[in-house]
Write a protein that binds this ligand. Structure first.
Ligand code: AMP
Length: 121
């Protein structure tokens, strides 16, 4: 497992060094609008802990952190009225997965019918 980079952009957001448009926050999770949205609703959900990827999170995070992240996703979906028409969650991991920021993040995309191809959201 690579070492967590404290200079990644989401670490800076968590430290308050870079602004974000917060949509949800608790002791374990921060969610904010993606700066370059791919759908009418495009939210990023991140754990506050220093986790690089889904692999890192699911093998190293506490049960509480894992529960809180997934509960938060459900709440954010409801808060943004995405449940009725549907939405997509995506987590890119590593080079082949297309991960650009090395702090675990879950994309929540919705507000229109998304294309089915994974290479063309
Ligand atoms: P990924 O390719 O899965 O690592 O996604 C990284 C996402 O972070 C991209 O969708 C970017 O648009 C988004 N992003 C990068 N910088 C910021 C920022 N400062 N605020 C919000 N979203 C960002």
């Amino acid at each position: 497992m690579p070492k967590y980079d404290d200079n990644n952009i989401f670490a800076k957001i968590l430290r308050g060094e870079i602004p974000n448009q917060t949509v949800y926050e608790n002791d374990y999770v921060l969610a904010f609008y993606d700066i370059s949205k791919l759908a009418p609703v495009h939210i990023l959900v991140i754990p506050k802990g220093r986790y690089i990827s889904m692999t890192d999170f699911t093998t190293s995070a506490t049960d509480k952190e894992i529960i809180e992240l997934y509960r938060a996703i459900g709440q954010i979906v409801k808060d943004n009225n995405l449940d009725k028409d549907g939405y997509r969650t995506i987590t890119n991991s590593g080079d082949h997965g297309g991960q650009e920021v090395p702090h675990l993040h879950i994309h929540i995309l919705g507000g229109r019918k998304l294309k089915s191809c994974v290479d063309n959201i």
